[in-house]
Design a protein. Sequence first.
Length: 277
Amino acid sequence: MSALEWFAHKPLGGGIFWIQERFYESGNRANIWLVRGSQRDVVIDAGLGLRSLPDYLRDAGLLSPAEGAGPRPLLAVATHVHFDHSGGLQHFEEVAVHSAEAAALLQGDNYEAVTWLSDREVARPPRPGWSARQFRVPPVRPSRLLQEGDVISLGDRQLTVMHMPGHSRGSICLHDKDRKILFSGDVVYDGSMIDWLPYSRISDYVASCQRLMELVDRGLVEKVLPGHFNIFGAERLYRLASNYISQAGVCHKISACAMRSIASIALRVANSRITSQ
């Protein structure tokens, strides 16, 4: 299967494209965002990596230079290193990730990447004989380590890094302040927030949600482009963040701790099988 078959995209206007992996039919299917700038293009999250995303961008004409100029540099930014967002980083020459998760990406740590893929989630295999049991996030050396407050310049637009741990220790959002757009990764999307994975931390998540609410209160966000599911606005962002805070009590913490223990055991068993193959 070619990259053109595996991916599909939708233009949103303003130099932003929404890309998805067509045959990864799972709630874990991550949104991929291409943001085009006057001097640099940025891909936010990279999917599983079963086909080459840069090949798709080129073959679909999404990286065509304007007025005969040379191709713009292309940077892949991972909002975090979970497998559904980071598997495709292997295909990019320039990769950025928060420093808290750089070692996991460099080592190909599929425990921290929470790699968990089944054959039934992939409607069409990317190549003959492919099996989900073979899948793992390969080691990738990041070319840029991100920190809170860093700015990724695309020329005519700037994306500010907001370190928002909780879902994972290196989770980030990217904020386009001028256009009031938030690329939120898995910090928040229109669904249940997951805080029971290895390196999840509820107290960090509460603090991150408080920051999200402050963004809305200050009128700094009007549109959220999340890591999963559909785009939503400021009112929904505020409600999702405030609901998480209100539910993060003692009972929730006990339940999350139990689920984290189960998930950790399952991931260690699954990854031991991967490494032994």
